[in-house]
Design a protein around this ligand. Structure first.
Ligand code: HEM
Length: 517
């Protein structure tokens, strides 16, 4: 209902009061001073003062899109129900709405999208059983396998707390003391560390999950997104620098414009399946997120495809406030005992209660697109009470209130026993797959990898360079040798510490200064 002097387009404040003057604050006389009872002004400026929420502690720079997931009803040639009872996968052609957020990891909200960094690939499936989040990366592995190391890993990659400049010495100081990172570093410093854009890259759940069927039987699962339609494209360091000189939003722009012109990007979701045991026959632990499962033994089996066909209507409301978590699973999907996964599962909703607020799940982008009924009360920004009976906010009750759901299938009850310890897994095997990856790269990719590592290590102290060369030699002799030779050739093995971000060209003054020291 509008007042006499209002139309649908009339500007109001959030109290619904029409704003009659949006150009002049109220002042004593034309020249001021202003008065403090000026509610419209206070309303406008204080809301503006609060336009930002804390940026994500990692993956702050991102973009997103809506779309759908379409199931094939099969996993490879078998009915999917053999392995999982999750409803979204069962019928061929069944569509589930999704929202996807792509991101870079290390730097802030408006940092360039051309940086050497893993890319985030997070998908929220709004299923009939509630939400499922698959929070993945473009590379199929990770730097570390123990969640206790995550804050240190991120501190090493983020800018120096004094200079606020990313420093490859800090990165390689950490990495050269974390041999499990060699596999990821080999991917990251090759062209695979700079995908050309978000459409032409793969995605992966990285961690091992489980599927549970109607009989309560489980298998181990790894998820992979393959950009079949668009293909995969990565950039050399030089190509990335050229793009960055002209456009530091190129990946966001690429995705937005492709969707606007109706060229909808697609990914096929594939799974690798392993029986749920320790697999002593393998030379690695299947739960180790620094490892790939060999594709010849554990083939990629397609289960459906995802199409992104709608841009967000508001960046902040959707892309900034969307909140993904590895704990967000539906019936038929489960965790594995992967330690990193369990650490992640605590971290995501913890940070979101701080970043977005206690009621973040009531925001439209995060709320499931189905019936929600809880006995939760209060908290900042409570939007609505999500149950019919406003009085009975406890359970069990004889006189009303909400009741528990029925168990949808035989419960999965794995038997777990062991001593409580602080120990590494067996079969760490930190170098073999990194060496295989090096040998699998094409010649130009190997050249890029060596030159990018030489560039980044060039600004590190010799003790760090030596440690890295030793570790890379353990992966593959030629690999270590080429990096050592590169450091010698450029004279950087003797320069000592200069500092600087990965991929940066050292200034002459910095080199000169380091040479004098
Ligand atoms: C974002 C923690 C490992 C993928 C985040 C955020 C935290 C976090 C706190 C910010 C979430 C937010 O503010 O909404 C951790 C911890 C890890 C870990 C503690 C290891 C112990 C990984 C791994 C992957 C990954 C292995 C890839 C599989 C992502 C993605 C996002 C993210 C894609 C951005 C989600 C979005 O777009 O909103 N992580 N992470 N993280 N993480 Fe991790």
């Amino acid at each position: 209902m509008n007042g006499e002097h209002e139309t649908e387009n009339t500007l109001t404040n959030r109290q619904g009061h029409p704003v009659t003057d949006n150009q002049n604050v109220r002042t004593v006389g034309r020249r001021g001073p202003t008065t403090l009872e000026n509610y419209d002004f206070l309303e406008k400026i204080t809301h503006f003062d609060r336009e930002r929420v804390p940026e994500r502690v990692v993956h702050a720079r991102g973009t997103g899109a809506h779309g759908y997931f379409e199931a094939y009803g099969k996993v490879g040639e078998e009915p999917v129900s053999t392995y999982t009872r999750a409803k979204l996968f069962q019928q061929s052609g069944k569509r589930t709405p999704v929202f996807v957020r792509f991101s870079t990891v290390t730097h802030g909200t408006h940092s360039p999208e051309t940086l050497r960094d893993p890319r985030g690939f997070a998908v929220k499936f709004y299923t009939e059983d509630g939400n499922w989040d698959l929070v993945g990366n473009n590379l199929k592995i990770f730097f570390i396998r123990d969640p206790l190391k995550f804050p240190d890993l991120i501190h090493a990659f983020k800018p120096d707390p004094v200079t606020n400049i990313q420093d490859s010495e800090r990165i390689f100081d950490f990495i050269s003391n974390s041999p499990e990172a060699m596999h990821m570093i080999t991917f990251l410093f090759s062209p695979w560390g700079i995908p050309a854009n978000y459409r032409q890259m793969q995605g992966s759940g990285v961690n091992t999950y489980k599927w549970v069927n109607q009989e309560g039987k489980a298998v181990l699962i790894k998820y992979h997104w393959e950009p079949i339609k668009q293909g995969i494209k990565n950039l050399t360091q030089k190509e990335a620098e050229e793009i960055q000189g002209k456009n530091f939003n190129h990946a966001t722009q690429d995705l937005y414009e492709a969707i606007e012109r109706g060229d909808y990007p697609e990914w096929e979701l594939c799974v690798q399946i392993m029986s749920d045991d320790e697999h002593p026959e393998l030379d690695f632990d299947p739960l180790d997120p620094t490892k790939l499962w060999p594709e010849d033994t554990f083939p990629f089996l397609p289960v459906g495809k995802m199409v992104l066909n709608k841009n967000p209507e508001n960046y902040f409301a959707e892309v900034e406030q969307v909140s993904f978590g590895t704990g967000v699973l539906v019936d038929g999907l489960d965790f594995s005992d992967d330690k990193l996964l369990q650490g992640r599962t605590f971290s995501y909703s913890d940070t979101q209660r701080y970043r977005v607020g206690a009621n973040y799940l009531q925001l439209p982008i995060n709320a499931p697109k189905k019936h929600v009924a809880t006995n939760q009360e209060g908290g900042q920004m409570l939007y609505k009470v999500d149950r019919e009976d406003p009085h009975i906010n406890y359970e069990p009750s004889t006189i009303g209130g909400l009741k528990e759901a029925k168990q949808p299938g035989t419960e999965y009850t794995p038997h777990i026993e062991g001593n409580l310890v602080r120990q590494k897994i067996d079969r760490t095997n930190d170098f073999k797959q990194a060496g295989e990856r090096y040998r699998l790269l094409e010649d130009w990719e190997k050249e890029e990898l060596v030159s990018n590592l030489v560039g980044a290590l060039g600004s590190c102290r010799k003790v760090i360079q030596d440690k890295m060369v030793q570790l890379l030699t353990k992966c593959d002799e030629e690999y270590g040798h080429r990096v050592a030779e590169g450091l010698k050739k450029t004279g950087s093995d003797e320069k000592g510490h200069i500092g600087g971000p990965i991929g940066a060209t050292q200034t002459d003054e910095a080199v000169e200064k380091a040479e004098q020291e």
